[in-house]
Design a protein. Structure first.
Length: 400
């Protein structure tokens, strides 16, 4: 498979069906329905699944003898691999169960708000994190500001929306930024917004749950101090592996997990208390990163963007369909959403999702949180074929 990539090579390879058939042959396919809902979690490729099964058998056989004597060393290797792939240091990463554990700990343990401060989140953020940000504001007696973005937005439009919210709220202290929205795959220009936030003394918590592996990047490019990930979406690890990143020297503002101590604020591990976890899932992380890297992160991003373009380009020509997500190429990912024009109520979109499933055999998911209204999210995977997307396009043409 792939290996080293340049953007031009990746864009060329994105259309190489033989290459992607080979990649797809490493996954077990399910018959019966066209699954275009791969934003929930990622299928493990066969080598990852095999490693996971073998690790489960080994852990189940060796039990506490393994866990107490050897697991620490193996987990450290997984941490090293995650840190390496993100181009950060191992002491800036702690493994968690999912992105939710990582981000919620950051929000809940964030220190230093006073009643005069303001926190900010956006309609495109993950719904439960919006709620946790609102909870933080309510608990601290501060104000929460919500940025509402248009259903289709360019990098400049998104940047401008955040900057005008910064200007309008001089007491902003903490913001949540989502690198890729779970609603419609919109890419937020995190680095530009974070750079502006830094000059204004605003702290940033970055949600990278949907972006790592869907987009090809490393942490230093984003210029944020704190971020939460999972590895069970686009990195293809078993369900139950997340990561928390905190840049060295930035731990002071986020308290240790209740009851943990870290007097000189150097131990990121003190920010979570995961306790007994899925040992085998963590043991399979190197295999997941090996497979991801063998396909090539840039190749995967380019292929998923290409697959998305196969349906959004056609859908854009249909007057009865409204496509949601990026208004320029940089703002797109492989994931995007749509609805029937003028039909944005939850009930209308729920009915549309059902029709797609029952009449056309295409599985998608309805998303309800955008301020512009509900939508159907469409998420291909690396093993999705152009023919499957052609069937979606055929369905879109007849939906009225
Ligand atoms: C943008 C975003 N944030 C956070 C999450 C939560 O991730 P996890 O289930 O790993 O906690 C998701 C999952 O769909 C997501 O899409």
């Amino acid at each position: 498979m792939g290996g080293s990539e340049s953007t031009a090579n990746s864009d060329r390879l994105a259309m190489d069906e033989a290459f992607w058939r080979d990649v797809g042959s490493h996954y077990e396919r399910a018959d019966g329905i066209i699954n275009l809902e791969h934003g929930y979690w990622g299928k493990m490729a066969r080598p990852v699944l095999e490693r996971y099964i073998a690790a489960t058998q080994m852990v189940n056989k060796q039990l506490s003898v393994y866990a107490r004597k050897h697991y620490g060393r193996d987990m450290a290797e997984s941490v090293e691999r995650v840190a390496g792939a993100l181009n950060v240091s191992a002491d800036e990463i702690v493994l968690t169960r999912n992105a939710t554990e990582s981000i919620q700990n950051l929000i809940r343990q964030y220190q230093g708000l006073t009643a005069d401060d303001t926190v900010l989140f956006a309609d495109i953020d993950y719904p439960s994190f919006q709620q946790t940000m609102q909870w933080l504001a309510d608990t601290e007696g501060t104000t929460a500001v919500v940025v509402n973005l248009p259903g289709r937005a360019s990098q400049q439009m998104i940047f401008d929306a955040y900057i005008s919210a910064f200007d309008a709220n001089p007491n902003l202290k903490l913001i949540l930024l989502t690198h890729v929205s779970n609603q419609h795959g919109l890419v937020v220009p995190v680095a530009r917004i974070a750079a502006e936030a830094r000059t204004r003394g605003i702290d940033v918590i970055c949600d990278n749950a949907q972006s790592w592996g869907l987009l090809d990047y490393t942490m230093p490019e984003l210029q944020v101090d704190w971020a939460g990930f999972n590895l069970h979406k686009w990195i293809g690890a078993p369900v139950g592996v997340g990561a928390l990143y905190m840049r060295r020297g930035t731990l002071e503002k986020v308290l240790p997990y209740p009851g943990e101590t870290d007097h000189d604020n150097t131990r990121i591990g003190a920010r979570v208390h995961t306790a007994t976890s899925n040992f085998a899932a963590i043991l399979a992380v190197p295999a997941a990163l090996d497979f991801h890297e063998s396909v090539g992160g840039a190749n995967k991003e380019a292929r998923l963007r290409y697959l998305r373009g196969l349906w959004t380009t056609e859908a854009d020509t249909l007057p009865h369909i409204e496509v949601l997500g990026g208004a320029d190429e940089t703002s797109w990912t492989g994931m995007a959403s749509f609805r029937l024009r003028g039909q944005s109520s939850p009930a209308e979109v729920r009915a549309l999702q059902q029709r797609l499933e029952q009449e056309y055999g295409i599985f998608t998911v309805a998303r309800y949180e955008l301020s512009s209204g509900a939508c159907i999210r469409v998420t291909p995977q690396v093993f999705t074929t152009p023919d499957e997307l052609a069937q979606l396009v055929a369905a879109l043409k007849t939906l009225q």
